[in-house]
Design a protein around this ligand. Structure first.
Ligand SMILES: O=C(O)c1ccccc1NCC(=O)[C@H](O)[C@H](O)COP(=O)(O)O
Length: 201
């Protein structure tokens, strides 16, 4: 079970995620989030992450030139596109040397045509609640089908519910932000450890 801890802002919580065994750590560059970091702060945090752990920059409906420039300055390995970005944007990000993740709500994923689904399912996907990072539970009952390729489940996951939700939907991995916070935007090392343990239980 691949585990991504998202919305990190401090050296202490990045270390907690890495020590707990997370596969990926996420830094939010989308404006307007309580977790938004600058490329400069992210760069300081990224250098403490061992090579085997994926470093993910999270963006939402920002121009691709800004995404690639910020991702380069931060030194992240992966860009996560959390808005209405196109397949062409994904391909351009990969051509620029980044790994990619693309988020969909259940409604947006259901709306993809069968032909488009084949192309999107070849990408690494993340199925999330409509409002990302809000701790709102992903509405699995809404989903017509799960992706056929690699995908992560997100949206309102916590140490208490991740094992049951992952075992029922069978994603390749899970992604969390609010569920490992003591208050909005403030990560908690003990909750991070508990989440990674529960996700792999
Ligand atoms: O975390 C944010 O504030 C955020 C803002 C804008 C776009 C994406 C954002 N987060 C993306 C994530 O990968 C979160 O981990 C995911 O949405 C799950 O969040 P949560 O329900 O709070 O666990």
């Amino acid at each position: 079970m691949y585990v991504k801890i998202c919305g990190l802002q401090t050296a202490e919580t990045v270390a907690a995620a890495v020590d707990a065994g997370a596969d990926a750590v996420g830094f939010v560059f989308a404006p307007g989030s309580p977790r938004t970091v600058t490329a400069e702060l992210a760069a300081e945090l990224v250098v403490q992450v061992p090579a085997g752990v994926e470093t993910v920059g999270v963006f939402r409906n920002q121009p691709l030139s800004e995404v690639l420039d910020t991702a380069r300055r931060a030194g992240v390995s992966t860009v996560q596109l959390h808005g209405d970005e196109s397949l062409a944007d994904m391909h351009q990000a990969k051509a620029a040397g980044f790994r990619t993740l693309r988020a969909f709500s259940a409604e947006a994923y259901n709306a993809i045509t069968a032909a488009e689904k084949q192309a999107w399912d070849a990408e690494r996907l993340l199925l999330d609640a409509v409002e990302p990072g809000a701790g709102v539970t992903f509405d699995a009952a809404m989903l017509h089908s799960v992706p056929s390729g690699f995908w992560l489940l997100a949206g309102g996951l916590t140490p208490g519910n991740v094992a049951a939700l992952a075992s029922s939907l069978k994603p390749n991995g899970v992604d969390v932000s609010s569920g490992v916070e003591s208050s909005r935007g403030i990560k908690d090392a003990a909750l991070i450890r508990a989440f990674v343990r529960a996700a792999r239980s």
